[in-house]
Design a binder for this molecule. Structure first.
Ligand code: URA
Ligand code: SF4
Length: 217
């Protein structure tokens, strides 16, 4: 099975983790993408935001959420009373995925990651969660929700409420007997850009992020 596991150093700090991720070959996505897009932001953040996978701009620039979806996200955070500079931002899958059109080769069109790719890349996410130790983790959309909480996650049913903390699969302490709740799910910011009623979709995103702000106190 595809997995990043052998590439993830044990007891590494964030800089060493990022450096190792640059050389990950845990699944075939690294072959066509420009570079690994590792998480970035405040290492002491109380909030960690998890997206789906790098988009076109992120693939070119090497940083998460620097394109149009990132703009929506930063504005929504601000409106919810969360300082974007005090967050750590990452993705469930760390390489861009090219689409393929018959006879026309690799193309820069959006294709969501498969379950295999999400599973392969999850050790990086677990290692980031262990190092950042955020108080609240925000799942941005269905892919992030599934990567954090498993394949039965449904964003439509579970958004805007506190959900159980994700398992770290050996990349941190064993789960507590009495599981805490520290995940809040919402829609992906690019869903705001695709919505017929952008304003309503944006307000939905902001209201879910207010649940995060409240949890932080
Ligand atoms: N969409 C994502 O899920 N992540 C990014 O980093 C950019 C767009
Ligand atoms: Fe490794 Fe994840 Fe990139 Fe696959 S997508 S090569 S698992 S970093």
């Amino acid at each position: 099975a595809y997995t990043a596991e052998p590439f993830v150093p044990r007891d590494a700090d964030l800089a060493a983790l990022r450096e190792a991720a640059a050389g990950c070959r845990g699944c075939p996505l690294h072959r066509e993408a420009t570079q690994t897009v590792f998480g970035s932001g405040d290492a002491a953040a109380r909030v960690m935001l998890v997206g789906e996978q790098p988009g076109d701009q992120e693939d070119r620039q090497g940083r998460p959420f620097v394109g149009p979806a990132g703009k929506v996200l930063m504005r929504a955070l601000d409106e919810a009373g969360i300082d974007p500079t005090e967050t750590y931002v990452t993705n469930a899958v760390k390489h861009f995925k090219f689409g393929h059109l018959p006879g026309r080769g690799k193309r820069r069109i959006h294709k969501p990651p498969s379950l295999r790719e999400m599973t392969a890349c999850r050790p990086w996410l677990a290692a980031e969660l262990h190092l950042i130790e955020p108080e609240v983790i925000v799942a941005l959309g269905a892919t992030a929700g599934k990567a954090l909480l498993g394949p039965s996650f449904r964003v439509g049913k579970q958004r805007g409420m506190l959900l159980p903390c994700p398992p770290l699969d050996g990349h941190g302490p064993a789960p507590e007997a009495e599981p805490r709740e520290c995940v809040v799910a919402t829609i992906h910011p690019s869903a705001v850009l695709r919505a017929d009623d952008r304003e309503a979709a944006c307000q939905g995103l902001v209201s879910d992020l207010r649940v995060v702000a409240e949890a932080l106190g």
